[in-house]
Design a protein around this ligand. Structure first.
Ligand SMILES: [Zn+2]
Length: 97
């Protein structure tokens, strides 16, 4: 196995998986949202509807699911991972020299 130094300006050494144990879940849950269109109960029949104002649907912001966050992460790792191993440039790590 070969190693090279990480250019910390351009790259980071990160966990392969997002887990509760490595702190990712607490860090990321609720941080990102998406908007979804929801069909209103009035179905657009009430032009004075307080919820949709007669549009028949409204937009709601919902947090990204944990499973979605993990799937995005897994895809990024699979597609962007640098093969060959890394060594962080740590001058205190004399055992690596
Ligand atoms: Zn409505």
């Amino acid at each position: 196995m070969s190693f090279r130094l990480v250019d910390e300006e351009k790259e980071a050494v990160l966990p392969r998986k997002l887990t509760a144990e490595n702190g990712a879940k607490a860090l990321l849950i609720g941080e990102f949202t998406e908007t979804i269109n929801i069909r209103c109960e009035c179905d657009g029949d009430d032009p004075e509807c307080d919820i949709c104002e007669g549009e028949g649907e409204y937009v709601q912001s919902v947090p990204l699911k944990w499973t979605t966050l993990k799937a995005i992460w897994d895809k990024a790792v699979a597609g962007l991972e640098r093969k060959g191993g890394y060594v962080v440039d740590d001058p205190t790590a004399d055992d690596l020299k």
